[in-house]
Write a protein that binds this ligand. Sequence first.
Ligand SMILES: NC(=O)C1=CN([C@@H]2O[C@H](COP(=O)(O)OP(=O)(O)OC[C@H]3O[C@@H](n4cnc5c(N)ncnc54)[C@H](O)[C@@H]3O)[C@@H](O)[C@H]2O)[C@@H](O)CC1
Ligand SMILES: Nc1ncnc2c1ncn2[C@@H]1O[C@H](COP(=O)(O)OP(=O)(O)O)[C@@H](O)[C@H]1O
Ligand SMILES: [K+]
Length: 524
Amino acid sequence: MANNSSIGIEWAERFETLLDNPGEEPAAIAPDAPDLLTPQEMGAADRLAVASGVRSSALMERAGEAVAAVAESMLPPGGRVAVLAGPGNNGGDGFVAARLLTERGYRVAVFLIGDRDSLKGDASLMARAWKGPIEAPGRDLAHGAGLIIDALFGAGLDRPIEGAAAAAIEAANESRVPILAVDLPSGVDGASGAILGQAILATETVTFFRRKPGHLLMPGRVLAGRLTLADIGHDLSILHDIGPMAFHNSPTLWLDGLPRPQLDGHKYDRGHALVVSGPITGTGAARLAARAALRIGAGLVTVASPPDAIVANAAQLTAIMVMRMYEADGLAEILADHRKNAVVIGPALGVGDGAIAMVSAALDSDAATVVDADGLTSFAATPDSLFMRIKGRGAPVVLTPHEGEFSRLFPDLGILSSKLDRAREAAMRSGAVVVLKGPDTVVAAPDGIATVADNAPADLATAGAGDVLAGMIGGLMAQQMPAFEAATAGVWLHGAAAAHVGRGLISEDLPEALPAVLSALAGP
Ligand SMILES: NC(=O)C1=CN([C@@H]2O[C@H](COP(=O)(O)OP(=O)(O)OC[C@H]3O[C@@H](n4cnc5c(N)ncnc54)[C@H](O)[C@@H]3O)[C@@H](O)[C@H]2O)[C@@H](O)CC1
Ligand SMILES: Nc1ncnc2c1ncn2[C@@H]1O[C@H](COP(=O)(O)OP(=O)(O)O)[C@@H](O)[C@H]1O
Ligand SMILES: [K+]
């Protein structure tokens, strides 16, 4: 995660409370608006809107209007508002909001970084329409204010914030006055969610047309606070020209493709998932994954167990079957039965040559494969051999690393500040769908399409939660759901199951919460 030292303890507290209440939809958003636009794509959207006949000053006026409307919900008229305006169009939005709020009875002070004469285009126009004084920001900029509007930098932030702007951000954060951010909390990179130098800790953020990845990726999601998505006059057809490649993970994306039991179906139509168990000291992980695969709808689930663990597995499984497996050759034999059409391998498998051989055997089969945990770590020294096998097969593969496992397989990708880019690069390099886990889990396909989830509660940071996720994805693939959709749906359902359980969650609860979550999705 990016450096958060400039935000300090309050940031950490916010992180905790926000993760307790994940996945709140932004206020004015249409629920089926999952597209995420990078700052560059948003710039293109603005240009396309202007090309289609919308005046850019009208876009800015509406943006400022949306900011003023949220400000009114945060502070009653008569209150004092401090507007921090930056040198670009984000500052322009701030000048519009300052004017509108003054007209509505607020006492507004505008603090500008730079001078009015250097402003360009619409920002210059809006600054001239502001009739009040303009001050330079000092340490006391928030003195007496009931609300700060942060219009320093938005989509145009292109380098770390220093100097006067950094000092203004520090003063705003330290004032403890509620902050409404325009477009993005200043200092947050809209593409990655990373902090560039110093960042505003906003109470609320108003953004326009579509969210950016940085509104969902950490720490941007936490720094943005509550998000409102405002329509400022872009035509939806613009999205066809832009072709967004990143999406907010929500059921809109995959619900139609979610497997459902058919009236005339039987269990063999719902696929047969195989989960590979570790040795006697590590059997629980496979059982968690197997239970999840069954709960998410696979018709049959079998645990392939090393001989020493067969009693432990058999004693604890009922609807799930157990098969004896003699190392990699045994696994290959079991998977020669093509009815076993999905395999989950890696949870508590053990790290080493034995695991490499077993993962290789799984990848040599025709079964859709989920490789997790030790199955990934075992290839730390030879990641290319894993990727070659993945690229050489016909059936799909999903890799489900947490950040630690990811850095073992893709050590050079740590330099990319964006989790979205890391997952995409990894998917491209490996040929697999990559699920890069965490509070902002990214699912990326080799063609660059990706989703970002924001519905996982912090309760998921518990032993075995990842095993359950691997099983859920395997169970969906057993039901013929394509890999990217299965991974995306699995991640969302995993978060929703955790939210359904709430406090005190342990991994065993997750599969058991699936019936309620799936039933709610299926509707009445
Ligand atoms: N037609 C449009 O383009 C619209 C733009 N809108 C607003 O315009 C914003 C984007 O405007 P801009 O592209 O002008 O970008 P910004 O206003 O976000 O910032 C760009 C300016 O800041 C400077 N800058 C960038 N990083 C800096 C740093 N670390 N330290 C000091 N200076 C830095 C740049 O040199 C440039 O002058 C959006 O976030 C949104 O708020 C809205 O008004 C809607 C319409
Ligand atoms: N702070 C958090 N907030 C939300 N989800 C989290 C958090 N930490 C972990 N998770 C999720 O919990 C799961 C943990 O998986 P993993 O790290 O593989 O654990 P394990 O190996 O114990 O199963 C992943 O799905 C991850 O996305
Ligand atoms: K801002």
